[in-house]
Design a protein around this ligand. Structure first.
Ligand code: ADE
Ligand code: ZN
Length: 322
């Protein structure tokens, strides 16, 4: 009712969205047809029915398969334009968008095809957007280093690097050298940590990779010393409530720890992660969390404020939102 309308209407920033995760089944089928790619599903409904995940890996297998219909610069553009439009409808004013170049270069799609299409859509609006290039952590650091080198002709099109894909068994320190190189290049640094992986992965993301935000980070609460440090440093966590339920990080929304993260003084934000796969965009995430948890309008304003504070907007633009 009234809280719902506050959640919907408040200006917000989205800091954790994988653009390939915004690819809706309808667009997957349209692009498959346009590119004459065959899909192992007969219909949009059959594809959607396959979205029953048991953990992160079971999702990633389908997510990489879905991305296989992206072949041309126009495909990447159209996917991104659809997301930006949808985000604007949720009163997202600024988005920092992840993309996974290795998912495409491994299929023979050139790096520049992906980034040019995504970037062109971001230039067109309707909201402000910046790009963060993610390295796939199930691949080698050498592959990540080669990707960083390949990205340099397009250095002006992205603001930072991140780390995603299968977390457990691929700790942040595996990517120490490529993050060091990115840091020397003046790129902003983030990493997924503490989604399925232990608090130690959050610590090494901070200490070894020197990241400026933690993506997810919900398992931080298992370590009181880490919580104390994250609070002291004002380290932002980009939390994704619907994702955490769909990937079974928590059983039900009522057991999500978002309220506790805020109570411990952590700079949590709410984000959609892979909205086409997890059942909702920004406002769906806010509404689902606020319906299931003891969160009120004060928490809503705090989360919106945190999203701008934790963004990589320049200080003047940031101040205009706070
Ligand atoms: N790639 C897309 N979404 C992801 C997530 N939630 N965790 C890790 N890698 C991802
Ligand atoms: Zn993610």
């Amino acid at each position: 009712e009234q809280l719902r309308s506050v959640l919907e209407r408040m200006p917000k920033a989205e800091l954790h969205i994988h653009i390939e995760g915004s690819l809706e089944p309808e667009l997957i089928f349209a692009l498959a047809q346009r590119n004459r790619v065959s899909l192992p599903y007969d219909s949009v409904e059959a594809l959607r029915a396959a979205y029953a995940f048991t953990d992160l890996q079971s999702f990633l297998d389908i997510y990489y398969a879905g991305a296989s219909v992206l072949l041309t610069e126009q495909d990447f553009h159209d996917m991104t334009a659809a997301y930006l439009e949808r985000a604007a409808a949720d009163n997202v004013r600024h988005a920092e968008i992840f993309f996974d170049p290795q998912t495409h270069t491994a299929r023979g799609v050139p790096f520049e095809t992906a980034i040019k299409g995504i970037w062109r859509a971001c230039q067109e609006g309707p909201i402000s957007a910046s790009l963060i290039m993610c390295f796939l952590r199930h691949l080698s650091e050498e592959d990540a280093l080669a990707t960083l080198e390949a990205s340099l002709p397009h250095r002006d099109k992205f603001i930072g690097v991140g780390l995603d894909s299968s977390e457990v068994g691929h700790p942040p320190e595996k990517f120490a050298r490529v993050f060091e190189r990115a840091r020397q290049l003046g790129l902003r640094l983030v990493a997924h940590a503490g989604e399925e992986g232990p608090p130690a992965y959050i610590e090494s993301a901070l200490d070894v990779l020197k990241v400026e935000r933690i993506d997810h980070g919900v398992r931080s609460l298992e370590s009181p010393a880490l919580v104390e440090r994250l609070a002291r440093e004002g380290m932002a966590l980009t939390v994704c409530p619907l994702s955490n339920i769909k990937l079974r990080v928590f059983d039900v929304m009522g057991s999500h720890n978002l309220r506790e993260l805020l109570d411990r003084g952590l700079a949590a934000t709410v984000n959609s992660d892979d909205p086409a796969y997890f059942g909702g965009y920004m406002n769906d995430n806010f509404i689902a969390a606020f319906e299931a948890l003891p969160l009120d309008v004060t928490h809503a304003r705090q989360l919106a404020r945190n999203s701008f504070t934790a963004s990589f907007l320049d200080p003047e633009r940031k101040r205009a939102y706070l």
